[in-house]
Design a protein around this ligand. Structure first.
Ligand code: NAI
Length: 248
């Protein structure tokens, strides 16, 4: 028996990176895993295949998480394909960094819509499903910069601070229905998102990490498995920092 045997997880933005690692770690623990990404491309097909190789069901859905209607459509399809949704991981995210004076309205809107509004869209869509089940675990992917702030990332940091407030308020609103909601705040995790940073920025980050290494997507995925599982049955409204001890 895995920690998530019999559960159905839905992970947004899981064709690659942290989302993919979460999908695979949850599958290893016995969950059937539905996941979304902007397209069912080569990456998404690989994630789908790798989930199935673990002996559980996996299915990719092409969907823009920032769209309210598309999120509802995905949740309807997942319920029809899998019968239930026990775990929702709001993982899809982007960066469009820049100093505030130079940041365009489009940069602000894109990051808030993809990183924060998407989580509202999916929580709104799964709430009736989880209420019927009288159980569910919602996990919002935040970031240490949502707690500490970061120059050149006012849009990103604000979206990630929003993910914490959204998780805490959801926990308060839906706790009486057996639904838990938490946030994960990863530090510096080695994915394609962070690959794009210059070596100078990367070494500045590394210098701030007591464990002296960047995190792996699996480090974050294991925390997500914990929050999704019944091991965390009395954990709600919390933010779990997965950051190698970085001071936030
Ligand atoms: P990534 O860029 O490697 O992967 C993000 C995935 O989300 C991609 O597959 C992308 O296609 C998908 N995506 C983007 N926009 C989407 C949309 N509108 N609808 C559906 N899918 C969409 O990023 P990474 O590093 O795996 O990050 C995953 C999450 O973790 C993000 O929310 C990110 O902000 C957060 N995070 C990452 C950290 C890091 O150091 N890599 C640190 C803290 C938080």
């Amino acid at each position: 028996m895995g920690l998530l045997t019999g559960k159905v997880a839905l992970v947004t933005g899981a064709a690659r990176g942290i989302g993919r690692a979460i999908a695979l770690e949850m599958a290893k623990e016995g969950a059937d895993v539905a996941f979304t990404d902007l397209a069912v491309d080569e990456n998404a097909q690989k994630t789908e295949k790798d989930i199935a190789a673990l002996g559980v069901r996996g299915k990719a859905y092409a969907s823009n998480a920032a769209s309210f209607d598309e999120a509802h459509k995905v949740v309807d399809e997942v319920v029809s394909d899998f019968g239930r949704v026990d775990v929702l991981v709001n993982n899809a995210g982007i960066t469009k960094d820049g100093l505030i004076m130079r940041m365009s309205e489009a940069q602000w809107d894109a990051v808030i819509n993809v990183n924060l509004k998407s989580a509202f869209n999916y929580i709104h869509a799964v709430t009736p499903v989880m209420m019927r089940q009288k159980s569910g675990s919602i996990i919002n992917m935040s970031s240490v910069v949502g707690v500490s702030g970061n120059a050149s990332q006012v849009n990103y940091s604000a979206s990630k601070a929003g993910m914490i407030g959204l998780a805490k308020s959801t926990a308060k609103e839906l706790g009486s229905r057996g639904i838990r909601a938490n946030a994960i705040a990863p530090g510096f995790i080695m994915t394609e998102m962070t690959d794009a940073l210059s070596d100078e920025v990367k070494s500045a980050w590394a210098a701030q990490i007591p464990l002296r290494r960047g995190g792996t997507p699996e480090d974050v995925a294991k925390a997500a498995v914990f929050l999704a599982s019944d091991m965390a049955s009395y954990v709600s409204g919390q933010t779990l920092h997965v950051c190698g001890g970085m001071n936030t």
